[in-house]
Design a protein around this ligand. Sequence first.
Ligand SMILES: Cc1cc2nc3c(=O)[nH]c(=O)nc-3n(C[C@H](O)[C@H](O)[C@H](O)COP(=O)(O)OP(=O)(O)OC[C@H]3O[C@@H](n4cnc5c(N)ncnc54)[C@H](O)[C@@H]3O)c2cc1C
Length: 416
Amino acid sequence: MRTETENAARVVVIGAGMAGARLAARVPGVTVIGEEAHAPYNRVLLAEVLAGRYEPDVIALPPAEVRRGVRAVRVDRAERRVLCDDGRVIGYGRLVLATGSNPVLPPLRGLGRTLPDGVHPFRTLDDCLALRAAVRPGVRAVVIGGGLLGVSAARALAECGAQVVLAQQGEHLMERQLDAEAAGMLRRHLEALGVEVHTECRVRGLRCTDGDAPAVRAVELADGYELEAEITVLACGVRPRAGLAQAAGLEVRKGIVVDDELRTSDPYIHAVGDCAEHGGTVYGLAGAALEQADVLAEVLAGRPARYEGTRALTRLTLRSPSATPAVAAGAAGPGGGLDLAAFGDSRPMPGDDVIRLADATRGAYRTVVVRGDRLAGGVLFGDLAAVGTLARTWQDDEPLPADMSLLHLLTNDGGF
Ligand SMILES: Cc1cc2nc3c(=O)[nH]c(=O)nc-3n(C[C@H](O)[C@H](O)[C@H](O)COP(=O)(O)OP(=O)(O)OC[C@H]3O[C@@H](n4cnc5c(N)ncnc54)[C@H](O)[C@@H]3O)c2cc1C
């Protein structure tokens, strides 16, 4: 056992993902423990690596000093030290948990703790490289889950020449972000690229080969139908990785509970990113993870800073292999690129005003929801010229000018 002596000022971070790497860039002398063998990378761009558009080094984050391939296995709060799987014991003055989240493994028949051959989660660069190695033209792939992750995976696999079926349990794709109309456009876009989309489609189990090393052969649906599958991607959501915190006796609800200074129920321990729950919310979004890390860097430097929640924009760019940059940046349509942005709450409540502009020929669609004098949320699809102003108005939570025509909100300059 190698023990590194405690230093009251020493900041130790567990997790070298997007939040951990951001802290390493902002807090001098920090010690970062990272389980993944790779240098920190931008997880949001994994689908680009899967599609073969980027090599892994392109998505690397600015270099940071990280102890790679090392997993923290226990936090000893009484002695203020972290025990690692390589036998190292690291003392801390302040500890930051930036452990991210784990993919949810759905309760499917045929799916145990060890994944059958051909079944892939989609969370890490290693997951992505394993998937990329398994894909060849014509391979039959089923993606389970039609959220942001499932849509990105299906699109990237289709781009690699796989025959892709996307099975979504909900009524439409990307239910958290999109209304039915925008989801319908997204569906048509995927279908034009050869992806077979099934909505309201409940997966019951996996049919695998027998033997010591079972391999997936088909995905079984609740109605008895079977989808042939050589590759299955699990994109069924994520769950905060809070096991270390829980075992150490910290308060954990959906995630590790933190206050406005990102402090857990132990004043010497903070949590940021996907593993943290602030004000009852676990964001699960890169923007929130980075913002939390920035606030915590200030707190650790002894400067006044508070985290008051994130108003994060979800943006998805789906490009076709042949798309020129101009196409990728704007218009949607079969064979072209597609850009989609969603922010806030785009599901209207009684009394809200909804403003919609649709241009079927250009495949463009924009909708915003106005609640009282504020912008509550919106979806822009195919033409994102107005997104900057709209998102800023929403992020600032400013009242909308009383004399403004609501349609102006959707014009290219946002009407301002
Ligand atoms: C394919 C994909 C696409 C995405 N697209 C978007 C998007 O378009 N927009 C968006 O906002 N968000 C997106 N996300 C979500 C975004 O990536 C996360 O919100 C973000 O990565 C959270 O950062 P984090 O640092 O909290 O967690 P992570 O980036 O997951 O990092 C956590 C790190 O901690 C390590 N770790 C965990 N436990 C230990 C331990 N005990 N010891 C050592 N290391 C440990 C993990 O191995 C991991 O490297 C996407 C995610 C994926 C997988």
